[in-house]
Design a protein around this ligand. Structure first.
Ligand code: TPU
Ligand code: MG
Length: 585
């Protein structure tokens, strides 16, 4: 995992490896593809994801020469982008390689996801030969016009840096510029390499330590923000923290302040749920029990990297008042409505932890929470032969989550089922709630599993979402990854049913458990089970836990209307927000 704090370690590793460029005949020149491979290795990547196409084949050959960064294949470019997105969640950054237009335009959707979710994914696309530019050559896979610049233009909208290499001399600088931008901004970038330049020579890579450098906060602005925030917290009786990013700095600060801590959905797992200060997941009126009352009555809220959108504010029905909030964005801080620019999240949290003192008053919210706490009742064990319910399914999945588990949840009621799961310390949680592309989770889980093969990886995905990207399960079979997939078959788009129902929310049923046979063909080790009651589910889970040479898909059949209470409430509030009449001028 590449984090800010590990930059120095990575930097020295990069320096050690800087002379290991492959595919070159002289010490001072290498091929552009080899230069790129060395840079990917230097930033700590052990894999890159790819789909072949004739605009990138020479580039893929060049990348293969570097055995320290393995090439991993996907079924299509959308999945390839999502696999990289998932890899970046586990590893800190990722790269994927696709072909021109027919490939890249599909990958762009996943790149936009990486932008929305703030993940440094490097998308590399092959492109037309430099000698086709200006030669009036119509080329395949293009729009059938003589314009080959549209892909770069499109990429600019969904990346923080997009570069197209047109001359070998400029390749090193452009590749470095893009990679540096990805790390600095924690956003995706785009690199276009013409077919006939992938093996052209450019200067060899040096020890580019600055590739992983993060910008530093402006000292005056940082000091002013910390002063304002500590004064704000001194006057506050009931500060509250919410977290996203800067995980260890955030924890240090929370412990220094001694206040209650809630997480927003995207930050679930960033603060230990077994910690004495933890009060739950905050999601407005559908928060975990007792949490929203405290967040919303707090005198001060420190929100670190929050995302307040229509979904997380539950259709704009809950958002802390600006006057009560210290709002920490990745590169600026707002204290009660005053903005301090060029102050970076980690720097701010670390400096604030140094500046504030423990104030017994700060524990007021926490004490209140403990007094009024509604002890969660252990769900009853269902009759093993009774038709499977959502509650029984979740009760059993909860037992699968150990300290080494990463739980990945797809858009749909899986979000809410996931929020309700207790995470033991060490367990992690992944969700794509800002972008919310159904189908994201299957390839993202594949990418995550490639990056973290030693973790127990558990996916909860609905039937509707699964139908978008199901084929990527075959890559888990191909690499023998022991992912456990809970496929919730409720015969449709239940989340959409709760927002706005109609015939468009019904889907064609599949034999989801049987699909594993298709992916196994003659050489795979995937397993598929269908659970229609509690007994079948527990048998399938036991088999899945024992199976280490491939994925296990457990199809859980539940009633179409058997969903969480939170989904029903959230769905009706989002529907009300969607249905607001147009404003008058
Ligand atoms: O639990 P459940 O049944 O809601 O999950 P399932 O079966 O996965 O259904 C998800 C339904 C859904 C849709 C159709 N959720 N959001 N959408 C809208 C949507 C459409 N296309 C994309 C790419 N992403 C979306 N979020
Ligand atoms: Mg469904």
């Amino acid at each position: 995992m590449i984090t800010t704090t590990e930059v120095r370690t990575k930097r020295s590793a990069a320096q050690k490896h800087s002379s290991t460029a492959n595919g070159n005949s002289s010490a001072s020149t290498v091929t552009i593809g080899s230069y790129l491979a060395t840079r990917l290795e230097q930033i700590g990547l052990k894999h890159h994801f790819a789909v072949a196409g004739d605009y990138n084949l020479v580039l893929l050959d060049q990348l293969l020469l570097n055995e320290n960064v393995k090439q991993v294949y996907c079924c299509n470019e959308l999945d390839c982008g999502f696999a990289a997105e998932g890899y970046a969640r586990a590893h800190g950054a990722a790269a994927c390689v696709v072909t021109y237009t027919v490939g890249a335009l599909s990958a762009f959707n996943a790149l936009a996801s990486a932008y929305a979710e703030s993940l440094p994914v490097i998308l590399i696309s092959g492109s037309p030969n430099t000698n086709d530019l200006g030669a009036s050559h119509l080329l395949h896979h293009t729009l059938g016009t003589l314009n080959f610049g549209y892909q770069l233009e499109m990429a600019r909208h969904i990346t923080c840096e997009a570069v197209a290499i047109t001359h070998p001399e400029e390749a090193p600088a452009l590749i470095d510029k893009a990679i540096r931008a990805a790390f600095r901004n924690r956003k995706p970038v785009y690199i276009e390499i013409p077919c006939n330049l992938a093996a052209a020579l450019c200067s060899a890579p040096g020890p580019r330590a600055s590739l992983l450098d993060f910008p530093e906060s402006d000292p005056a602005s940082l000091a002013a923000a910390v002063d304002a925030a500590s004064a704000f917290l001194r006057t506050a009786v009931r500060p509250m923290l919410r977290s996203y990013g800067g995980v260890s700095a955030f924890r240090d600060l929370a412990e220094t302040v001694g206040c209650a801590v809630a997480v927003m959905p995207s930050a679930k797992g960033f603060f230990p749920e077994e910690h004495a200060q933890f009060i739950g997941t905050y999601l407005g009126s559908v928060s975990s029990p007792g949490c929203s009352e405290l967040v919303e009555s707090a005198d001060a809220v420190l929100a670190a990297g929050p995302i307040f959108n229509d979904y997380t504010t539950v259709g704009w029905s809950s958002q802390p008042a600006v006057s009560k909030t210290i709002h920490v964005d990745p590169d600026r801080v707002h204290v009660a409505g005053v903005t301090y620019s060029d102050v970076f999240l980690n720097d701010f949290l670390e400096a604030l932890a140094q500046a504030v003192k423990k104030n017994p008053k700060n524990a007021t919210t926490l004490i209140e929470f403990q007094r009024t706490r509604v002890e969660s009742v252990q769900p009853a064990v269902a009759d093993p032969d009774a038709p499977l319910t959502r509650a029984e399914m979740c009760r059993q999945i909860q037992d699968v989550i150990d300290r080494n588990t990463t739980l990945i949840v797809e858009t749909g009621d899986s979000w809410f089922n996931g929020f309700n799961m207790a995470l033991p310390d060490g367990a992690k949680f992944e969700i794509e709630m800002q972008y919310g592309h159904i189908g994201w989770s299957v390839p993202a889980t594949f990418g995550y599993a490639v990056a973290a093969p030693d973790r127990r990886i558990v996916l909860m995905v609905g039937d509707g979402s699964f139908q978008l990207t199901a084929q990527e399960v075959c890559q888990m079979v191909r690499l023998g990854l022991p992912v456990i997939i809970f496929l919730i078959n409720n015969r449709g788009y239940t989340i959409e049913v709760e927002i706005h129902d109609g015939p468009y929310n019904n889907i064609k049923n599949w034999d989801y458990a049987g699909i594993m046979n298709v992916f196994n063909a003659t050489d795979g080790n995937g397993r598929g089970f269908r659970a229609t009651n509690g007994k079948e589910l527990s048998t399938a889970i036991n088999q899945a836990l024992a199976h280490k040479t491939g994925p296990t898909l457990i199809e859980c059949t539940i009633d179409r209307d058997d969903c969480t209470k939170q989904l029903m409430e959230w769905g009706s509030r989002v529907a009300a927000a969607n249905g607001r009449p147009a404003q008058r001028a």
